[in-house]
Design a protein around this ligand. Sequence first.
Ligand SMILES: Nc1ncnc2c1ncn2[C@@H]1O[C@H](COP(=O)(O)OP(=O)(O)OP(=O)(O)O)[C@@H](O)[C@H]1O
Length: 251
Amino acid sequence: MLTVTGVSRSFGGVYAVRDVSLTIADGEVCGIIGPNGAGKSTLFNLITGHLAADHGQISFLGQRVDRLAPHRRARLGMSIVFQAARVFRGMTVRENVMVGLHGRTRAGFVSAALRLPRHRRDEREIAAEADTALERVGLAEWADRPADRLPIGQQRALQLARALCARPRLLLLDEPASGLRGQERERLAALVEELRAGGLTILLIEHDVAFVTRLADRVVVLDLGQVIADGPPAEVRADPLVLAAYLGQAT
Ligand SMILES: Nc1ncnc2c1ncn2[C@@H]1O[C@H](COP(=O)(O)OP(=O)(O)OP(=O)(O)O)[C@@H](O)[C@H]1O
């Protein structure tokens, strides 16, 4: 589904990502971990198109995408949940999901603003689609509540619902567990497991090694911009190179 080949990116002459290659197969959950400054965010942004690579190739669904802008990659089926994503205040949970869907309808923003008949029909379809996504992430009963009152764990689920509405082929999660603890983290993990069981292909970067190794089929470990391990979670956790990279770092 995704192939990264020999990708590098430097800042001011220092490599943040150096000659990284990895592949993600259809239906796989791939986790990218690594100590602070390892290059995780840089690699994530190279894949989504928010950063341009200096060298290397990225292919998605058999097509070169490394020169495409983020929205073009999104149209091909990449959907991102950003770590810092916020909910829209003053809107309900359902409306928050509907905002993401408006751009996709034939009617679009113009007739939405003018409230044309076509808009009213599309609006009902959009609301139904939003409800389906909310159901999928366990937020159905919160649909009519103000989104900014949701606890942070549910706000993250809401962002997932928004991303799912784009019907992604590949879901990219940027530190989904950050700021979550205990039960919230458990709920999110269960949700990702459900999405995986549904056959969705997922790439996640995370600080929380335990969270990743629990969810991922495969874990790629970066250190100083390079891949130092790539394999099943149990294998990677026991790898001496990985243990050495994490030595002295809080994981
Ligand atoms: N825009 C930038 N300008 C200059 N240097 C950068 C930039 N982005 C990243 N770097 C450097 O590249 C290296 C990798 O950073 P990156 O943020 O990708 O690592 P990370 O693994 O995501 O780190 P963390 O776990 O701390 O978020 C670091 O040395 C960082 O200082």
